[in-house]
Design a protein around this ligand. Sequence first.
Ligand code: TMP
Ligand code: MG
Length: 216
Amino acid sequence: MASKRGKLIVFEGLDRSGKSTQCERLVTHLRHQGQKVEHMRFPDRTTPIGKMISNYLSGQTQQEDHVIHLLFTANRWELAKAIESFVKEGTTVVVDRYYYSGCVYTAAKGVSGLGLDWCRQPEVGLPRPDVCIFLDIAAEEAAKRGGYGEERYERKEMQDRVRELFGELREHHDEREDIVVIDAGRGVEDVEEAIQKAAVKAWDVVEQSGLPLRKV
Ligand code: TMP
Ligand code: MG
């Protein structure tokens, strides 16, 4: 039976964990199955706010830590209505990074007062994912992959802390029930298969329960 609404599926992980590749593969897979799918990514660098974020990440500009945190959040809020509309009309939205990254990357800076709880507050009310697929890989492994080190947060100490904080989010916060951990240190096909299984499982939960799209 066709479902009334689409699903909201998020990918998270360290830089170079394979998110973008796996996102594309899942999008292609779901489309082959006849699903309507929209592919988004955060930061969305195409909007005016996204351009400010991109300039900050490349090192062209500086931003105060609270300010850049809120710009990342604002970049999600500018697309929140669009996500809700897609899901409502039956289109599944697959997102490369979301508010989980928003919380952990800022908190990983270790700035006083900018802990996970503070960071999470402006995200409250955003569409809540049906599942967050966390591609788990050690920072050393990720660093061996191409292109690492080009942007502001792509340093080993930062990535190590990001990984720890993703762990904290999974253990102690409301997010824990949404997050499925996938070992991303394996071959692309193996990771893809594990992701498809996780997606199907989350999908079935929504279908069987008739769960509406919730809010963070
Ligand atoms: P990207 O490599 O997926 O384009 O993301 C750019 C960087 O921005 C990456 O290091 C993670 C970081 N980031 C945040 O700090 N906060 C956020 O809210 C998001 C979505 C990403
Ligand atoms: Mg990156």
